[in-house]
Design a protein around this ligand. Structure first.
Ligand SMILES: [Fe+2]
Ligand SMILES: [Fe+2]
Length: 212
């Protein structure tokens, strides 16, 4: 990547951070913001790695990864719409920093579809859009997410119940079919295997946790 691209990505990162700062300045502080930004940073790195492995456009992917969850830094929770909302937030900004139209549309499409494969504008599926979704999924099933999951309760009964449910989901994902690229699937399976091994052992040990 040339210095021009690095400079633009710096501006993109600053734009996301400014969005968060504005929400906080308006009094809507959210403890999830820290996790979200760190998730974003990891998604950027996974995206970069997949871009290299799949010979895709690194700058498009890194910009889209930085912006993919920007709407999560608002006070409002947009649910499954948050990808499309993020793209709407990003559009005027990307126009302003001088991305050419084709590049910008690919970035916006990659952001918009990352939740449920749907955009609210016409655009063909691209290798970059597949990679942004893959990078997001890889971190969503990584060890940090596991920590987050188990930080929320000290009720071990409830926790084991959650773990058992999650195991079913993870095993279904492990059968494949949800990732867009082969490299993404390899990294995703690595995350799933870690979680499956850990959760299976947890459930196994929960059965030993009995009074005598
Ligand atoms: Fe997201
Ligand atoms: Fe995300």
């Amino acid at each position: 990547m040339n210095s021009h691209a690095t400079e633009r990505l710096r501006k993109v990162a600053d734009f996301v951070k400014a969005r968060r700062a504005a929400t906080e300045a308006a009094g809507h502080s959210n403890p999830g913001f820290d996790y979200r930004w760190k998730h974003t940073l990891r998604v950027v790195q996974y995206g970069k790695r997949l871009a290299e492995l799949e010979s895709a456009n690194i700058e498009i992917i890194m910009a889209a990864c930085l912006l993919h969850d920007i709407s999560k830094f608002d006070a409002e929770d947009y649910g499954v719409e948050h990808g499309r909302v993020s793209a709407r937030i990003a559009r005027p900004f990307l126009e302003q920093i001088g991305y050419e139209k084709e590049t910008m549309d690919n970035i916006l499409y990659s952001i918009a579809v990352h939740v449920d494969d749907n955009a609210d504008f016409e655009h063909p599926v691209t290798i970059e859009s597949k990679i942004v979704s893959d990078a997001d999924n890889i971190d969503r099933f990584g060890p940090y997410r596991l920590l987050l999951l188990f930080n929320q309760t000290e009720d071990y009964g409830k926790l084991i119940e959650q773990a058992s449910k999650r195991l079913l989901t993870l095993k279904k994902y492990r059968e494949g079919g949800i990732m867009g690229t082969k490299s993404g699937e390899n990294l995703f399976n690595r995350q799933l295997d870690l979680q499956i091994t850990f959760l299976e052992r947890l459930v196994e040990d929960s059965r030993l946790t009995v009074e005598i």
